[in-house]
Ligand binder design. Structure first.
Ligand code: FAD
Ligand code: UDP
Length: 425
């Protein structure tokens, strides 16, 4: 078996088995087959193995664990994220303390600048953004007043355009949101649910952090290392380079957890659920620093990429060179983003009804439940799913115990009746 653990930090638990391995004779198979070794699949694998002593086979079609959060050291020795910048932030104490079992943390508060009017200004829009763009000197009260004068109130806020125009007006909407969103989604903000641009707040103070969450830290040795620790359990077998289709009829298992795209699982029966993809251009440049912060956004439609990430800001690594990722949105390719709009939610509901009617299969994660979730939300969802599994097992266990007790009582009664009958003779 070839060890495919990334970063050369293999502990011998993550393995790639030859394709077409037959499992029919494996010691009574697995309790769970889990498809997808991202946050959803890996958290559930860890919980089921550690908490319930289940035997789990975790598969992924990619050659690595960690799903979209996968990071690795590139040729320059810099820790980069293969699928674009992944910044950990959460308000959930439960999620933070769960993940803390598998990693130490490095404090990091994410800062983003936007390239607008030929300068770099803070996004989310804040007091400094307004001062720089309009050459003003403002107090927070002035900034609030200024935005109020620009805002164009929308009676019913439904779309991603409504949200922004309602809070900062059309001019700032066009500078920061319209072009970026059109590029990122291939749709106008007026065609997208309000939840998309609502992710980015507006501030009237000088807080220039991208997120306001109470816990903002990065895994000290990266995400992949954290996943390796999570999956380091004798009950968990990991198979990489393995598509569900290849093993679904070859592996014995009782229950299935599926964190791939739900429409694919059902052979696109009701049609394809739209997912937006990205192409990544990773490069290393011969200079120590490239940009002042980890991420610079490019809202202009005259530039093809949406953002550039410089990873050294996330890790604090010291290196004479620096590594970057450019993101180019695309229709084709790996499914990265569910597309939040009413018709897609409608289509998803059909698949969800089918999922509810499919016994012994649970759908999880961003693709399995078609939700534009951040990492912490996926972890929270997986932990809740695990709690429901525990409750169901306890219920089943209680029913089985009650049935056993009933049988014992019945048996005793029958014996008593039989004895009485024998006595009557
Ligand atoms: P995934 O990580 O997608 O894992 C699913 C896995 O299933 C994949 O590895 C896939 O290969 C595998 N799979 C699918 N189908 C099959 C099959 N049939 N057979 C075998 N394997 C299969 N979140 C944040 O909190 N902060 C951020 O800064 C952030 N930045 C992001 C940036 C980008 C560019 C993207 C795309 C996402 C970002 N996210 C961020 C979101 C984050 O990536 C997700 O919330 C999280 O990774 C979802 O985990 P998951 O397990 O649901 O899915
Ligand atoms: N957005 C934008 N301009 C920006 C930043 C964000 O228009 O400078 C919009 C865009 O539609 C984007 C959404 O807000 O897809 C959510 O932004 P976020 O940074 O959360 O996107 P993600 O990191 O998930 O790609």
């Amino acid at each position: 078996m070839r060890d495919l653990t990334p970063n050369g930090a293999a502990k011998g638990k993550v393995v790639s088995m030859p394709k077409r391995t037959r499992f029919a004779n494996t010691r009574s198979g697995f309790d769970y087959l889990i498809v997808g070794a991202g946050f959803a699949g890996s958290v559930l694998a860890e919980r089921l193995a550690t908490g319930l002593d289940k035997r789990v086979l975790l598969i992924d079609r990619r050659p690595h664990i960690a799903g979209n959060a996968y990071d690795h050291y590139d040729d320059a020795g810099i820790l980069i994220h293969r699928y674009g910048p992944h910044i950990f932030h959460t308000n959930s104490q439960q999620v933070a303390s769960y993940l803390s079992r598998f990693t130490k943390w490095r404090p990091y508060e994410h800062k983003v600048l936007a390239h607008v009017d030929n300068q770099l200004v803070p996004i989310p829009i804040n007091l400094t953004t307004l001062e720089k763009l309009y050459g003003l000197k403002l107090t927070p009260e002035d900034a609030a007043e200024f935005l109020k004068s620009k805002a164009e109130p929308v009676a019913e806020i439904r779309t991603s355009e409504d949200v922004v125009v309602n809070s900062v007006g059309r001019e700032l909407y066009e500078k920061f949101f319209r072009g970026y969103t059109r590029k990122q989604w291939g749709l106008d903000p007026s065609e997208l649910d309000k939840s998309v641009t609502s992710r980015v707040p507006t501030r009237t103070n000088t807080d220039d952090r991208y997120f306001g969450d109470s816990f903002q830290q990065m895994p000290l040795h990266g995400y992949t290392r954290m996943f390796e620790n999570m999956l380091d359990h004798p009950n968990i077998k990991v198979m990489l380079n393995t598509d569900f289709e290849e093993v679904r009829h070859e592996v014995q298992y009782d229950k299935l957890i599926y964190s791939g795209p739900i429409d694919e699982f059902f052979d696109f029966r009701f049609g394809k659920l739209p997912y937006r993809s990205l192409k990544f251009r990773h490069e290393t440049v011969d200079q120590e620093n490239f940009q002042p912060v980890a991420v610079v956004n490019y809202p202009s439609e005259s530039v093809a990429h949406t953002r550039i990430t410089e990873y050294k800001h996330l890790t604090g690594q010291v290196n004479p060179r620096t590594s970057l990722t450019y993101e180019f949105p695309a229709d084709d390719g790996d499914p990265y983003y569910p597309v939040p709009r009413p018709e897609n939610a409608e289509l998803y509901r059909k698949y969800q009804a089918l999922a509810d009617a499919t016994p012994n299969v649970t759908f999880a994660g961003r693709l399995g439940t078609y939700r534009y979730y951040n990492m912490d939300q996926v972890v929270g969802q997986a932990l809740s799913m695990y709690n429901r599994i525990v409750e169901a097992e306890e219920r089943d266990g209680a029913i089985a115990r009650a049935a056993r007790e009933m049988m014992t009582v019945n048996g005793a009664l029958r014996a008593e009746v039989a004895q009485q009958g024998a006595g009557d003779d």
